[in-house]
Design a protein around this ligand. Structure first.
Ligand code: PMV
Length: 319
């Protein structure tokens, strides 16, 4: 069975706490960012599979893509999973409002939406854990040794508590909370940041293990606070996590300026988010402080600000 057309979307994501330490087995928490999304539609055409990436103004033919191209890879892996031998005679349109290379999970969101769209097109259910693992395979092409947190949070579209190699845990969020996300405008070279942390860890394992432990403890406490329904108390933990990330060597002058600006304007906590050395930072804000923190971040050089609310959910599970 096959539909004439199908579509699916996936949100962006941001890491709340625990980045880098997560590569070394400590927990991290990531949350979906629903203000931005990747949206994919497939429509039968009777012609060879074409892929139109609207926001990049690019149309490519599946048959001409190299095997390690991320779009080709997610299509191939999904078709294999669906037991479909030949590429569909169709056009896939991809539209994404997720900034590229800023730690907001644009690649994983496009892959997730694409895998879901293909499954719907073939009228076949693929469960979320399966989608997440297909996307993980593609993430490896982009990032070398990703921890797997991006594909998990985006495929589940819920906050996740993530420990490498363990089943993905979602957890209850009884009260929503608001984050302001600000972009330094510098590309966040995650791969480089991860490899530099590795070199520094190899040079001084005792120091780095202790920093990772402290990041891991913060993540555990952050989860308890969120689950307990007191997300307004997260602020100091986020700022502490930022200081630890600076000690790991992944901050930069632009990120420091944004963190200080947010705290100065009344955010209860602020930190870099993701690989660091650029990319995004996040600030925890109340409704009343949102506008002043947003303005302070723009004044301090943020190139773009996204305001997101982490929605309340009761869903707690392990997959
Ligand atoms: O830059 P992002 O948001 O994709 O985050 C990278 C997070 C790291 O912990 C630094 C790496 C990883 O694979 O988890």
């Amino acid at each position: 069975m096959m539909a004439n057309s199908a579509s699916a979307s996936a949100p962006g994501k941001i890491i709340l706490c625990g980045e880098h330490a997560v590569v070394y087995g400590r927990p991290a928490i990531a949350v979906p960012v629903s203000q931005v999304s990747a949206d994919v539609t497939i429509t039968a055409t009777g012609c060879d599979l074409a892929i139109e990436a609207r926001d990049q103004n690019r149309t490519v033919h599946f048959a001409n893509l190299p095997a390690d191209d991320p779009l080709a890879a997610i299509i191939r892996l999904t078709l294999e999973k669906l037991d479909v031998a030949d590429a569909p005679l169709a056009t896939i349109v991809i539209q994404s409002t997720i900034p590229i290379a800023g730690g907001l999970g644009s690649g994983a969101a496009v892959s997730t939406a694409l895998a879901r769209t293909l499954a719907r097109y073939y009228e076949h259910e693929l469960d979320t854990a399966t989608i997440s693992s297909l996307v993980y395979e593609v993430e490896k092409l982009h990032h070398g040794t990703p921890s797997g947190i991006d594909n998990a949070v985006i495929a589940f579209d819920q906050p996740v508590y993530f420990v490498r190699g363990r089943p993905i845990e979602t957890f209850a969020v009884p009260r929503p909370f608001r984050l302001v996300i600000a972009d330094t405008g510098l590309p966040g070279p995650t791969k480089i940041a991860v490899s530099e942390v590795r070199a520094a860890w190899q040079a001084d394992p005792a120091k780095f293990e202790s920093l990772f432990d402290q990041c891991g403890e913060i993540t555990g406490q952050a989860r308890s606070i969120i689950e307990g329904g007191y997300p307004d108390q997260l602020g100091p933990l986020l700022t502490q996590n930022h200081r630890l990330l600076s000690e790991l060597g992944v901050s930069c002058a632009e990120l420091e300026a944004l963190v200080e600006a947010a705290l100065g304007a009344g955010a209860s906590g602020a930190k870099l988010s993701g690989g660091g050395r650029g990319g995004n930072m996040i600030a925890l804000v109340t409704d009343e402080r949102t506008a002043s923190v947003e303005q302070a971040l723009l004044n301090a050089g943020a190139k773009r600000v996204i305001i997101t609310t982490v929605k309340a959910t009761n869903d707690k599970r392990e997959t």
